[in-house]
Write a protein that binds this ligand. Structure first.
Ligand code: AMP
Ligand code: MG
Length: 414
């Protein structure tokens, strides 16, 4: 399959001669993707980051046998047969506190007052909880019940044994992972570098986010949306502000220092659509025009070491094209899974969805009483179709759609 069609020749105002299939676009993209290099960072900042190398523990946790209850450390044998009517007296020879162990060793008939987490003294093999003793005095206590060997004792290495493989490469670190790593003495970790993603939001009609739209000017919807998507996928956002539809400004933004450049707007074949020709001039644009709806005027290319994504300005197209292509790339560069971070749910279609053969469709849907209701909107400009919608259904290019009553996969936004 030839993915090079349309590359390099200026298609402005002529329309796309031929559109690439989504599969061809993904095949080109996937061939470009390799996780970035690694960097060492402090453990405290590592939540959500991706491990670049496996981690093996070189410590036992805990590093010593310890009490798991407050009470008396004893030789279990010496409590055998103890009941409320047959109290067995024990001589209290000292105390073991967390971080301050009892220094001596303990014989049958003796006891050491011990707190949860404190080291079990030499000679002891169980902890008699306070509730199973009387409070006879400072240097004497009676057992009211027997304890068996090992009772209320946490063994050395019971959580982590030295030599255990803790986490594999590629693990997205959870808060509790940081706790485990810290508990074996690790203070910094090697993680995959986050891709630096330059957002290039273009359009002379745009006002910066936070501006009230007025006259024929509209407030930027794609900048904040893309920034959040890039963050979600593990990228580092660089968004210095809107870029006018101007060759010089656009060229500068396209060649900024970045791993990924995402352009919103001006990706199609109109006179204002400068980005495709500029990418082809500065680098290569092997994919431009994709057989999907929305997002057909999407382009994928490279400029030097940067992957460049030309996303349509229509906000729904922008979201859809991001999710199909840019998000996948950012996740892969960040060492994460290429799959969508959306959960899929199988449910019954309340009404039919039709689709043109030869084109993939991205249909926003609502879940109403467990059934899938397509949202009846025409174009890609109505972003609220994705905020009212619970998710989307993909109709593959080789399908004419789904009949009412069919079971379909819904990808849930939340
Ligand atoms: P374009 O892809 O530049 O042809 O833009 C297609 C449509 O999306 C036009 O109606 C634009 O005004 C609109 N649009 C472009 N960029 C944005 C943006 N950042 N936020 C909201 N709408 C946009
Ligand atoms: Mg535009």
């Amino acid at each position: 399959m030839d993915v090079r069609v349309n590359s390099c020749d200026d298609v402005r105002m002529r329309g796309f001669v031929r559109r690439h299939t989504v599969e061809a676009a993904l095949a080109w993209l996937d061939a470009q993707l390799m996780p970035l290099g690694d960097e060492i960072i402090p453990l405290q900042t590592a939540a959500g980051r991706v491990l670049a190398a496996p981690v093996v523990s070189d410590a036992d946790v805990p590093g010593y046998d310890r009490a798991t209850m407050d009470g008396y450390a004893v030789v279990a044998e010496s409590t055998e047969g103890a009941t409320g009517y047959n109290r067995i007296p024990l001589v209290v020879v000292g105390t073991s506190m967390p971080g301050r162990p009892f220094p001596g060793s303990v014989a049958a008939g003796e006891a050491v007052r011990i707190m949860t987490g404190a080291p079990l003294p030499t000679g002891c093999d169980a902890v008699l909880p306070f509730e199973w003793t009387d409070d006879a005095g400072d240097d004497c206590v009676s057992a009211l019940a027997p304890v068996s060997r090992g009772k209320h004792v946490g063994r050395r290495g019971e959580d982590i044994v030295r030599g255990t493989a803790l986490f594999e490469r590629g693990r997205v670190l959870r808060p509790q992972d940081l706790g485990v790593l810290s508990s074996v003495g690790i203070g910094e970790v090697s993680v995959v570098r986050r891709p630096r993603v330059r957002l290039v939001i273009t359009g002379n009609e745009l006002l910066p986010s936070g501006s009230r739209p007025h006259g024929c000017l509209i407030a930027d919807a794609n900048g904040p949306m893309l920034a959040a998507l890039v963050e979600r996928d593990g990228g580092l956002v660089d968004f210095p502000g809107l870029v006018p539809d101007d060759r010089q400004a656009l060229r500068g933004a396209l060649t900024a220092d970045a791993d990924v450049v995402i352009v919103s707007g001006g990706s199609s074949v109109g006179v204002e659509d400068l980005a495709p020709a500029l990418v082809a001039e500065e680098g290569e644009l092997p994919i431009h025009g994709i057989a999907m709806r929305p997002s057909s005027p999407t382009g994928l290319g490279r400029i030097g070491g940067r992957l460049v994504f030309l996303l349509p300005g229509n906000p729904v197209s922008c979201l859809c094209a991001y999710d199909f292509f840019a998000g996948r790339a950012i996740r892969a560069l960040a060492g994460r899974t290429r799959d969508w971070p959306y959960r899929a749910m199988r449910a019954r279609l309340a009404r039919k969805i039709s689709s043109q053969l030869g084109r993939l469709d991205y249909a926003r849907v609502q879940i109403v009483g467990g059934a899938v209701e397509p949202i009846a909107v025409g174009g890609a400009s109505l972003l609220t179709s994705t905020t009212r919608g619970d998710g989307f259904v993909i109709i593959p290019a080789d399908s004419e759609g789904f009949a009412a009553g069919a079971d379909v996969d819904v990808w849930l936004y939340a």
